[in-house]
Structures are given as C-alpha cells and as structure tokens.
Design a protein around this ligand. Structure first.
Ligand code: 13P
Length: 241
C-alpha cells in the first residue's frame, strides 16, 4: 500500500486559514500519486476543507467523535456528521484526548467500535509517556492500550490504521529514533491478529522524515506541527527513501 501521510491540525486553523492551507497544498502536492494524504482539520473547518478536496486525491479525517450516533451530548460530534461532510477517517485515542481530556481505554474502545460500524476508518493512537519509558514500562503500557482498545474487535484490526505516538515525542521536537519506533511497531504488530497499517507520530519534520520512512516497518506518519505550513508538509509528503 502507498505510505500514508496524515496531518493532524489539532486546534489550529480557522476556516479561512484552512482554506488557504488546502489551496497551497493542492497546488504543491495535489498530484502526488504514491502517497495517501489525509488532512485532519478541526471540526469547524471540515465543511470547507471537504468542499475544496472533493474530486482530488486528498482524503479527510476528524480528530475525535462520540461513541453514540446522536443524542443529548452537548459539545460532542457524531461520526455520522463527520461522514456527512466528507471524512473517511477519524483519530481515536490520541494522547491529548487520553491525557488532557481524560479518555480511558474503555471509551476509546467504544468509539472504535462505532467508527467501524458506521464506516469510518479509525486511526487508533497508542503511546507511552516519558516516565513510563524511563521506568521500562513502554511495552506494558502499549500492550494494555492495544488490548483494551481492541477488546472484542481484534479480528477487525485490518480495517483500521494504528499510530504509535510516544507522548514524550509529541510537540517536543524530540523524535523517536528509527530504531525506537521500529521496536515498538514490531511489538504492536506481534500483538495483532491480522495485518494492519502502522504509522509513527511525534515531532515528524522535514529533516527527519526521510530517515524514518527508510524503515519498512514505518508505513506512514501522523504529523502535528509540521502539517500546519504548506512548505513543511509538502516536504514531508515528498519524502525520499
Ligand atoms: P507533533 O508532530 O506536533 O509532535 O504532533 C504529533 C501528533 O500528535 C500528531 O497526532
């Protein structure tokens, strides 16, 4: 499969900034054939980004969703609404949802189930904190996140994308070395019942993308900060092996 380059814009880019960024990206990498490019803007920018990328090679994802399809859940968004504006993917289990918003494995599992039921491709994120790595707990934490997140849906893992995002590498400029990433990717892969695509995320930048993508274990990247500027994201999309 073609490598996946996904840009998670987090809580950045209002609709007019989003429009400008998409237009620049379409011009720069709209024709790139050997990559799957997924743009993941904040909810309020999804309709305009969805319009702009219609009939292009770019794909779109949401950053989160509720596990119910609709109901009295003030401030939440349904996966069905994401689909209605053109999303094919949804990030679930991102470390900022786990650690800042207090989402636990059980909630993430419910969301993954619903995403699969309604036909969205989950981008299921796992990753250890600095302290967990320092105390030798990386594998234990990743194992728990994978087991709990996939409870009851282990045989559907081929319908998802997984992302290894070490928390200590997110937004810190401290990227995992290719060896560190590969080690965890192999560990994750050993736990899966079926083959699934595994991305790396955490301070992916133009100056480290080539070395990361040289590893065949790393099947793509989930990019935060460097996806907000057309120039840096373009260089990442156009990585060289
Ligand atoms: P940064 O690339 O800014 O470290 O963010 C990574 C991330 O969290 C992508 O989901």
């Amino acid at each position: 499969m073609e490598p996946i380059i996904a840009g998670n814009w987090k809580m950045h880019s209002d609709p007019s900034e989003s429009r400008k960024l998409v237009q620049e990206l379409l011009e720069a990498v709209g024709d790139v054939k050997e990559r799957i490019v997924i743009l993941i803007p904040p909810f309020t920018s999804l309709p305009c980004v969805g319009e702009l990328i219609r009939n292009t090679r770019f794909k779109m994802g949401g950053q989160n969703m509720h596990w119910e399809r609709q109901g009295a859940f003030t401030g939440e968004t349904s996966g069905l609404f994401l689909k209605a504006v053109g999303c094919e993917y949804v990030i679930l289990g991102h470390s900022e949802r786990r650690h800042v918003m207090g989402e636990c494995d059980d909630v993430i599992n419910k969301k993954i189930r619903t995403a699969l039921e309604i036909g969205l491709i989950p981008i299921f994120c796992v990753g250890e904190t600095d302290g967990e790595r320092a105390s030798g707990e990386t594998r234990r934490v990743i194992e728990r996140q994978i087991k709990e997140g996939l409870k009851g849906i282990e045989s559907e893992v081929h319908k998802m994308i997984l992302a290894y995002e070490p928390v200590w590498a997110i937004g810190t400029g401290k990227t995992a070395t290719p060896e560190q990433a590969v080690e965890v990717h192999e560990f994750i892969r050993s736990m899966l019942k079926k083959p699934s695509t595994i991305l790396y995320g955490g301070s992916v930048k133009p100056d480290n993308i080539d070395v990361l993508m040289k590893e065949k274990e790393i099947e793509g990247v989930l990019v935060g900060g460097a996806s907000l500027k057309a120039e840096s994201f373009t260089r990442i999309v156009r990585f060289k092996r």
